[in-house]
Design a protein around this ligand. Structure first.
Ligand SMILES: O=C(O)CCC(=O)C(=O)O
Ligand SMILES: [Fe+2]
Length: 349
């Protein structure tokens, strides 16, 4: 393949005509292999999932189970605190979309008919782990979500949550060379674009909804239909279920919980960068299980100042650029502002 048009054709050939009914499960046991055939086999599965589904599960992801369990449990402890103490950390009191969002505080589908999303969340951004437990000033001034984290006064919370955060960041970093390979780019293509990655993590809690509340007609929904804003999301979900992904036919496909996996889905930064060769797929959550649901998405974006311009292998005369070029930070910030804009109390951006 020696010109962009041929490569676009190649990507188009990978696009299957049929719509997906299941989300593929990809085994990452061989992610560090030096065997080029095995690596290519892994990349082929990833390319196929990125072009046709926009979602895949990873099994053998190497995030230690005890690190996950500890983060989930301390998250449950946080959400069980009295509402007043959680509201001390209200996201509207900080300039960079950090800390606590109450039930109905967000409306992830700004066009949705409901009052907002039926979940509460705790948001944090990039922060180094200090072995002495001393909080470093990690504030950055290069875009939305870049300021320092603020932590609840819950013993162990910061260390436990950051341990999960950094284990998941490590998995995220191992994905970029694979995505680059899948796009016929040098494997280090994303290295200089992810030196200060926008890596936003959320602890989420979804109360159960009555089935009658799920008719989408003016009623709240766990999280409204949306695409994610960054390059990709790594999502841990518990065994309750409720995440749904929209396929090409317009049907909602359940992303059923599979033990010992994480879900990866592509976001809008990749869709813009690849001129929609990689899909940023609509998804939503409805928890009608009768039980509480917990999940932890980590949104892995590029440095905020990176221009989201289509990579050459994804544009040609037949596939002209679809999106206006903006920086990654401007894009994420505009989407976050839309998500919170329905609230009666405006955040202090
Ligand atoms: O909780 C989930 O399963 C999905 C959350 C999600 O889509 C998001 O936070 O963007
Ligand atoms: Fe999402």
């Amino acid at each position: 393949m020696d010109n962009a048009s041929d490569r676009c054709l190649l990507f188009a050939q990978h696009r299957s005509d049929s719509t997906f009914e299941d989300i593929p499960v990809i085994d990452f046991s061989d992610v560090d292999t030096t065997d080029s055939l095995k690596r290519r086999a892994l990349v082929d599965q990833i390319r196929d999932a990125c072009i046709n589904v926009g979602f895949f599960y990873i099994k053998n992801h190497k995030i230690p189970e005890d690190v996950i369990t500890a983060a989930v449990e301390i998250g449950k402890t946080f959400f069980a605190l009295p509402e007043a103490s959680k509201m001390d950390l209200d996201i509207r009191k900080t300039p960079n979309f950090k800390e606590y969002t109450a039930l109905l505080g967000e409306k992830t589908d700004p066009n949705g008919k409901g009052k907002g999303d039926l979940h509460e969340g705790f948001d944090l951004g990039w922060e180094e782990i200090d072995p002495n437990g001393v909080q470093k000033d990690t504030s950055r001034d290069d875009g939305a979500m870049s300021g320092s984290n603020v932590w609840p006064e819950l013993p162990g919370f910061r260390e436990i949550v950051l341990a999960y955060y950094h284990a998941t960041i490590q998995l995220g970093r191992s994905l970029f060379p694979l995505f680059a390979f899948a796009l016929d780019l040098p494997e280090n293509f994303f290295d200089d674009k992810t030196t200060k990655p926008a890596a936003i993590m959320r602890l989420l809690h979804y109360p159960s909804q009555e089935p009658a509340e799920c008719d989408m007609d003016g009623q709240p929904i766990g999280i409204g239909a949306h695409t994610d804003y960054e390059c990709f999301t790594i999502l841990w979900q518990d065994e309750i279920g409720g995440l749904q992904v929209k396929n090409n036919k317009g049907n909602w496909v359940d992303a059923v919980p599979i033990p010992a996996t994480v879900v990866v889905n592509l976001g809008d930064q990749f869709a813009r960068w690849t001129n929609d060769v990689f899909k940023s797929t609509l998804h939503r959550v409805i928890n009608k299980s009768g039980k509480e649901r917990y999940s932890i998405p980590l949104f892995f974006g590029t440095n905020y100042d990176v221009m989201l311009e289509p990579i050459p292998s994804c544009v040609s005369e037949d596939f002209p650029p679809k999106y206006e070029v903006v920086t990654a930070g401007e894009y994420v910030k505009s989407r976050l502002e839309a998500t919170y804009s329905h609230s009666s109390v405006a955040p202090t951006f």
